[in-house]
Design a binder for this molecule. Sequence first.
Ligand code: ADP
Length: 411
Amino acid sequence: MSILEALDRLRPPWLDKLSHRLARAPGVRESLREQLDAFYHLLHQAVETGDPEWLDTLLDDWIGVQTQTEPESPSILLPIMNEIWMLTFEVISETLANGEALEMTGSILPVFSHAFIYVAEREMLIRVRQIQEETDEARKAIQQLERSKSDFISIAAHELKTPLTLIDGYTDMLGDQLEKDQSLTPAVHLLEGIKTGNKRLREIVDDMIDVSLIDNNMLSLRFQPYWVEHLVKTLVEEAGPSAAARRISLEVESLPFAETMLFGDEERLHQAVGNVLENAIKYTPDGGRVIIRGRVLPGFHELTITDTGIGIDPNDQSRIFRKFGQIENASLHSSGKTKFKGGGPGLGLPISKGILESHGGTIWVESPGYDEEHCPGSTFHILIPLITEPPDEKMQRLFSLRNTQNEVADT
Ligand code: ADP
């Protein structure tokens, strides 16, 4: 008996056995029998032509139906294929004599191996696609959440600004009234308290707006000429009184390149470096030191601000540059800009980072660790790009005009 004749002989018992064993309910047995019949027909063709790919289209249909009905399951058809193979083997050994059974197994084995690999690959691809789609959706949801968070901060911040301006206006008017009436002098102190509170609130609101601008890549820089020396000098002057109040010595050690005219948004750079300097004072105990140094690196001006403060644990050194990244173990005191460990909203360093990065620079910190007793200190490194040419055409024209005028004046 030829292999094809043997296949024809196997067909009725194979169909009976498989439709009976694979059908979970009698109602589906008939339609399953049709499907199995189609499978057997293609198996026959595959053995006859020696081309195992005859089964591919039917397997595709089966995979399609299975993934629609049970989309979460990682592999559905592979176990069924395994059962079909086992049952086929049973039918072969029950129906054919030993020699024929061996020959039959050898003939259908390549077709089944191909089917196994085909199904495994297809199911895996489908699963990978599903996971990709799920990941894309999750990513979109996170982006949406980030956007709403930022929008919320920005809307809330803008809404808060209007009443703050009103309070400012009324406190000024009240101040004028109090000045006129000597009997109300004690109230002047109370009014000062309101003004300070309002100023601090405005700073927090401004920080919230800046953070949402940075988050949404909407921070626009106004490039102007500036001098590092002037930048540092102004910051030191401003920080002087609060450092002095806490007996902290504020030292500028070296500032190479300081007199060269650079281009950048001086106001924003002032804010970025100012936050770091303010922190250096805030997290250094009374009587400590804060040292500012500068050096020139290829393409950058590096400012370092070193303090003799409480230091920062290596595990927190990147976290502090993220929004609301205050350190948990640093038992912060009530809000205050320069008080020792006076906690803030945790937005200062993310803003500094955002400003410096939008200039093409960066910021990082080095510290042996956090220790309030021994105060190992921290060093913040600030890299500002050395932009020596005006960044846009309009400014270039302006500065070439200025240089020409200077040259004429010199001759
Ligand atoms: P905050 O408003 O809390 O000061 P920042 O973003 O400016 O927010 O700083 C985040 C956190 O980083 C601070 O809460 C503080 O724990 C830590 N930190 C910043 N600068 C220093 C420093 N010079 N020494 C020690 N800790 C610091």
